[in-house]
Ligand binder design. Sequence first.
Ligand SMILES: Nc1ncnc2c1ncn2[C@@H]1O[C@H](COP(=O)(O)OP(=O)(O)O)[C@@H](O)[C@H]1O
Ligand SMILES: [Mg+2]
Length: 400
Amino acid sequence: MKKIMIMGAGIYQVPLIRRARKMGIYTIAVSIPGDYPGFFEADEALYINTTDYEAVLNAARERQIDGIVTVGTDVAVITIGRVCEELKLSGLSFSAARISTDKSLMKECFEKAGVRTAKFRKFFLDTPVEEVLENCSDMQYPLIVKTVDSSGSRGITRIDLPDRLPEAVEAVRAVTHRDYYLVEEFITGDDFGAQAFVYDGEVLFVLPHGNYQFHGDTGVPAGHYVPYPLQPEELEDMEKQVTGAIRAMGLDHCAVNADLILRGGKTYVVELTGRGGATGLSELDSVYLGVDMYEQILRSALGERPDFPADGKGKAACACKLLQSPATGTLTLLKNENSDSDPGIVEIVLDHHAGDKVRAFRVGPDRIGHVITKGCTLAQAEQALEEALGKIRVEVVNES
Ligand SMILES: Nc1ncnc2c1ncn2[C@@H]1O[C@H](COP(=O)(O)OP(=O)(O)O)[C@@H](O)[C@H]1O
Ligand SMILES: [Mg+2]
């Protein structure tokens, strides 16, 4: 029986654990202790911080694992790189993992390889503000000030005027574990993304998706849809940028998740990492491609070539939205009144029960579930999504 370590035991790792078990693989869910559903799904729960790569490496050696992988989180990517390299497992290299988890290294790679990305500068947290502003005098406002090592838009601020810089740097300082940060030009355009897969250095596909954005300064995705409509030359440019970024970072054996912006028909790469996406992306790709993405991710992590349809043609359009609580407080009702046999519904997942504390939606982890639908066209999939969402009742008693 093959043995795999799944990094993280949260809501986004549960389908990966379930699929692995269905495939007859022994699963070890690795995470700090907590009320995480993946611990109950896996064959074994291992309470180690997923960023502690030496501790995970020791545990991996002891258990003689055959693979290590995750989806939906960047936190453990560094550890996956370390373990794969040390134990000669199929996955990304330590160097590619390091680049994946440091936006400064990533942007340097992009720049060197000619991958289109927003103009940027790196500064140390203790560099005087005047010096930073002086060094950015040739950059076009608005600017975006960001941490190099966090996710979910934490520590990221858009600034329209130079006098906003000090508070933006404070926002970075509050979340980063590094002593440096980035200032980038803000690219005004349409936020979108892509999932891709690279195996043995070969990019097997690049599939763009649209984002349903939660309104804020910077985009927090509240859902996604596939296909994302691009003209043939826009599609070609997007593929060129994403493939260029994959190569520049040295990603060679992994799923890929990219955040992109489309401006004037040209794709800018915001960031790209070596793992499958969250917020229903693996499910959407599975419906669109007609294969189980989790199965392919697991195969690749075990050193077997993943199997994607060669024609690249979409089997169906699909859409996913996170279920959101309207307020912060106690959930009194979360009820799905949709029919089980509705052909437009791919899945409805409810994360909570009545009595649970919930937060008004601001960031991804505030989700209380998700709905995924499909149709022959995107319009049909989106209509099915709105209808399904309309049949989910959410009631929350406000915290006073
Ligand atoms: N240079 C930029 N121009 C415009 N928007 C940006 C830029 N950088 C980041 N953003 C927005 O902020 C979001 C989060 O930034 P990102 O670098 O992806 O950080 P995180 O790791 O937190 O996801 C992006 O998805 C995008 O919506
Ligand atoms: Mg991002």
